[in-house]
Design a protein around this ligand. Structure first.
Ligand SMILES: Cc1ncc(COP(=O)(O)O)c(C=O)c1O
Length: 458
């Protein structure tokens, strides 16, 4: 080990053992668990795993490091309720979030309840409350009206509903950015191939001027702008004021404005109205820690008739006859149809309640304070840099480490996962490695993961 790497480890890991790669992983994850990650069939009983809130003082993880404040009790309690948070170093919420036991128990309970007799009116009536209650809850928390919320199964579904809502003509244009997830790229490729639309791209790297970027790509053929609220690749969060200004500009030109909010709610303060967009697609299964296959699409009430349906079916309608007549629901629930996984949506409700019990503001503040800490630790690490925005309000829990020349993020991802049970993610830029930092992560985990990255890359 070279001298500078030693001094990095000493600075950032402090009282934690100064040792080569494997023990860094062991600081927060015992070898049994690392092995278990490779072989899910061999996972130990979660009850048998040490809970960070109850580690003995002899365990290095619970020893105070430098001037680090003690772990807050609410974090330890919440962590103990999320099995995945203590089974690995879980920095992959931006890919897929872990759920608490309360959420999974609730899904199971609702599924079993429904299955006692799904057709029995008392049971079906109770199950039928789940979706309206969830729409109202999401509207209240994220700045929409209940009538503006459609429940979906993913962010991708919301994006596709919006993408296919326009009667596209050859030569019509959509503006996306250089930092979109495939979910906000593939639909436009398909529309290009089917209808001949033109895709234009803006640069949403940290620090670029949003409005000027979009203005530079607008033409009299532009019909839609669809970009990320929070970038999965570089962590940039759009400022609400700037986004609202963009919304005004686009409305004045008759251009629809959609945000991909997969990385928004639960990660950064999210207010649909304040962002000034026409549509906002998000999911329950990332930062809101809900069941997998849950999502929501918000559409401004006054645009419901303009955001045309491409898919529809039973339950999209308010009235119908078999003579060709029908009316759609007067709300965004018109974008939903068919029999739905109500127990999962009940779990989504429970997940949001669980986050509210903790306090969404407290969650966001905790994420921001961990990001502050991560910036400090990465700045002190030899060869590593911070690729995501460093200051509020542009930054988010999507924290991106720039690796040294020659260090490949995909290789690193595999090595960290296999050898140390660290779950992060490569992103679009090959030298960028994403750590999704949620409130349940700890400063000790940040020390450990950054030390491991530095040790492997230098
Ligand atoms: C920015 C962004 N958009 C869309 C998606 C796709 O989300 P979903 O699986 O909910 O469709 C992701 C998933 O990582 C994402 O990061």
């Amino acid at each position: 080990m070279n001298t500078s790497r030693r001094s990095f480890l000493r600075r950032s890991v402090g009282a934690l053992a100064l040792a080569p790669i494997v023990p860094v992983g062991r600081l927060a994850l015992d070898p049994g668990r690392v092995g278990a990650l490779r072989d899910p069939g061999a996972l130990p009983d979660p009850g048998a795993l040490p809970d960070p809130g109850t580690r003995s003082p002899a365990d290095p993880v619970s020893r105070p490091v430098g001037s680090r404040p003690p772990q807050e009790a609410w974090v330890a309690r919440a962590r103990a309720e999320i099995p995945a948070a203590t089974r690995s170093l879980y920095f992959q919420t931006g890919g897929i979030g872990p759920a608490s036991e309360a959420v999974i128990d609730h899904v199971q309970e609702r599924l079993a309840f429904q299955n006692r007799s799904p057709a029995e009116p008392r049971i079906s009536a109770e199950m039928a409350r789940i979706e309206p209650d969830l729409r109202a809850q999401l509207a209240r928390l994220f700045g929409a009206e209940t009538e503006e919320v459609a429940l979906t199964h993913s962010t991708s579904e919301g994006i596709s509903i919006i993408a296919w809502s326009v009667n596209w003509e050859p030569g019509d244009e959509v503006v996306i950015s250089n930092t979109e997830h495939p979910a906000n790229v593939i639909p436009w490729y398909v529309l290009r191939d089917r209808f001949g639309i033109v895709i234009r791209e803006i640069d949403l790297s940290p620090g670029t001027p949003l409005i000027d970027e979009v203005r530079g790509q607008l033409s009299d053929r532009t019909r839609m702008v669809s970009i990320s609220h929070v970038s999965r690749n570089n962590g940039r969060a759009l400022r609400a004021g700037e986004s609202a200004e963009l919304g005004d500009l686009l409305r004045s030109r008759g251009v629809r404005y959609h945000l991909d909010g997969a990385q928004g709610p639960g990660c950064v303060v999210t207010d649909f109205r304040a962002l000034g967009c026409d549509g906002y697609s998000t999911c329950g299964h990332k930062w809101l820690l809900g069941p997998k296959g849950t999502g929501a699409l918000f559409v401004r009430r006054e645009l419901l008739d303009d955001v045309r349906l491409s898919w529809a079916g039973s339950h999209s309608h308010a009235t119908m006859d078999y003579e060709g007549g029908y009316t759609l629901l007067p709300s965004a629930a018109r974008y939903e149809f068919g029999t739905r996984a109500l127990a999962d949506f009940a779990g989504f409700t429970r997940a949001v309640e669980w986050m509210e019990e903790i306090g969404l503001e407290r969650v966001e503040e905790r994420i921001q304070s961990l990001v502050d800490y991560a910036i400090e630790v990465v700045d002190a690490a030899e060869g590593l840099g911070v690729a995501s925005p460093r200051t509020r309000p542009d930054r988010s829990g999507v924290f991106v480490v720039r690796l040294p020349e020659g260090c490949d993020a995909t290789q690193l991802y595999g090595d960290l996962r296999e050898d140390e049970g660290i779950l992060g993610s490569p992103v679009r830029e090959e030298r960028d490695f994403r750590l999704s930092i949620h409130f349940f992560n700890t400063r000790e985990e940040i020390d450990a993961v950054v030390a491991s990255i530095a040790a492997r890359c230098n």
